[in-house]
Design a protein around this ligand. Structure first.
Ligand code: GDP
Length: 296
């Protein structure tokens, strides 16, 4: 289960509070010191931690909380609400164009899980009675096209490819036309990734963006990389105006730093979470459920 490290730490802090009939200001301060350390150890962004703890403290030290019958529980509830807020408050839904097809551009660094996530998203849409088209726009990584085609076959979703000799911009343009001509209502464009963010990558993504004018630009980031994932999101967002983030590999993320920081730092909502390699291991991201999961 994801975030077990953080969950364990927080449970320790809160079991002490929960046991108390009365909670003093010093008790709250002590608990918040521990929450702060737990969040920092989970690789949550430093500024985010600072603001989070200040907010929880401010709400917890009021007379209303202190005088309640179960102050410990009230404080846990405050933490739960603030964690939910930190991750976006409520579920951020996938866009749906009034004029189909809805075009989704997938972006991210190599290895983040972009191609796999494209397939998973197609499967999720298919389950919702949509007719998606997968587009093989990563022409540089050897085997990326084949990987998408195999995924497409597995879930019976068409894959649009023009091989690796046509430019990704042209592939994207023709793919959208193909979807229109064939009554397909979602187009998911898998784009190239690089090991690092570079000019060429961004330029190509911008060109595809200009040509297809996507309804969604989803950045796929590896949650296991913690603050690096947040930094990647910040850089992409400066150049591309992301509409959402997909966090992958949450199944292997015992810390939770990316999940808890990325919305607060970039302003981009987390739209999906990937929790495994299997094709159905993708789910819409629910901040309130994730907060409850973190608190255990
Ligand atoms: P891309 O270079 O961004 O297109 O990355 P891929 O889609 O090829 O994924 C890279 C690796 O990460 C593959 O081995 C995937 O199976 C794996 N992967 C992707 N998403 C997840 C996930 O949510 N959990 C786990 N455990 N592995 C994942």
């Amino acid at each position: 289960m994801a975030f077990e490290g953080l969950t364990g730490r927080l449970q320790n802090v809160f079991s002490k509070l929960r046991g108390k009939g009365k909670v003093s200001e010093e008790d709250v301060n002590e608990a918040m010191r521990e929450v702060r350390l737990a969040l920092l150890e989970a690789d949550v962004n430093f500024k985010v931690v600072k603001e989070f703890v200040a907010k929880v403290k401010e709400k917890s030290i009021g007379k209303e909380v202190m005088d309640s019958f179960t102050p410990g529980m009230v404080i846990i509830d405050i933490v739960n609400k603030e964690l939910t807020e930190l991750m976006g408050g409520s579920q951020a839904k996938l866009a749906k164009s009034n004029k189909p097809p809805t075009v989704i551009m997938m972006a991210g660094l190599q290895g983040a899980g972009k191609t796999t996530t494209s397939g998973k998203l197609a499967k999720l849409l298919q389950k919702g009675n949509h007719r998606p088209l997968l587009v093989a726009g990563d022409i540089y990584r050897p085997a990326a096209i084949k990987q998408l085609q195999v995924l497409g076959e597995q879930i019976k979703v068409p894959v649009f490819s023009l091989g690796d000799q046509t430019s990704p911009v042209e592939i994207a343009r023709q793919a959208v036309q193909h979807a229109k001509d064939n009554g397909l209502d979602y187009v998911i464009i898998d784009t190239a990734g690089r090991l690092h963010i570079d000019e060429e990558l961004m330029e190509e993504l911008k060109q595809i963006h200009n040509v297809v004018n996507p309804d969604e630009v989803l950045l796929v980031v590896d949650a296991m990389t913690g603050q690096d994932a947040v930094n990647v999101a910040e850089s992409f967002n400066k150049q591309l105006e992301l509409t959402g983030v997909v966090l992958t590999k949450l199944d292997g993320d015992s810390r939770g730093g990316a999940a808890l920081s990325v919305k607060a730092v970039t302003g981009c909502p987390i739209k999906f979470a990937a929790l495994g390699e299997k094709i159905d291991a993708l789910e819409p991201f629910h901040p309130e459920r994730m907060a409850s999961r973190i608190l255990g």
